[in-house]
Ligand binder design. Sequence first.
Ligand code: MG
Length: 407
Amino acid sequence: MTTSPRLRLSWGGATDQGRVRANNQDAMYADWGLFVVADGMGGHQGGEVAANLAVRAVAKAERGSVSDLRNAVVEANRLVHETAIAQPELHGMGTTLTALAVDQHGEGHQFVVLNVGDSRVYRYRDNQLEQLTEDHSYVAELVRRGEIDDEAASVHPYRNMLTRAIGVHPDVEIDEWLIEPAVGDRFVLCSDGLTNELDDSAIAEQLANTEDPGVIAKALVAAANEHGGRDNSTVLIVDVQAEPLTDNDELREVAEDNSVDFGHKEEEPLDASASATGEAFEMQPHASTIKQRSWLYDQVRISLGAALITLVLTVTTAAMVITIGWYARSGYHVDVVANHVVIQKGRAGGLLWFEPTLEQWTQIQISELSDVDQSRLANSGHMSTLNEAQSFVATLQTRQFGGEDGS
Ligand code: MG
């Protein structure tokens, strides 16, 4: 017996540095229930760092509800802002961030869209393309106020000037929308490298194609390059499909047919098997209420001895957490972030929920190092002091830039 429709998502993405820019300062993340695009800005490498830091912060955060996603974006803002202040080379960096996520705590099958900056989320439904987000840019403000039209905006000298971005200020104002998806919807997340080259009708033309999302994403990025490719362009497409849900159906993964062409190594997608289908949105309150009630009666009989044991366990656990935290955050290691050699504080790969933090950014790109130095870096291991890590990085710099010719 069919009880409710089961949402199935399939997605694909592509990113490219374009024909003019020296590197790709866009970043993206795709996983079941969470899709993010960021477009970094600032300095030689600042934009790349900002976009990657922000996307990783959102990808690693708690997820499921609107407030989880909002908190993740606030955390991304804090991380980018504090890193920009701590590292002189990264001063002024920031990034746009646009995200589409499944709201698993709300009623029904809702999506949440969050946006800061001028990357966009579109919905393509019934052959109509609708921009769901508002651009936070100077020219978009002028258009909204009726002072210029879209055509004038597209050639305005200040068209790249943002009025809001992640990491620029200690606080960030985030736009958010709740969206009721329908079967057949096709969502598009993209950076302005796409929308500055292709207008909405050209984008809609590509989306009318019934090919897989990954194929369409690559075609859109290629089209942006054909129209000039003056900026990095990134496109992530999410298709909403339905399958009948029957009482005997079992949860199964839906991620098997997704492709994302990142152009560079990305985070491993998080667990894609959990809550992948319609069951995630259904509650069975009666059974759990009864269970909780009998559990509550049992609790009344709790003895003073048990309370003392609980107190001792709590204190012991807190001491263990503090010790593990101290251990995880002690020392340094040399790592690679966004293709650059960096010094991180803490254990490589983190320990439990203690993640390493960026201590020092360097200009050294991993691709410019010899195989020998790349291997030395990979095996450099844990270092107890910042001095030790800096000395190691200095030897990489010496080798990279030479100096043996005595000139
Ligand atoms: Mg851009």
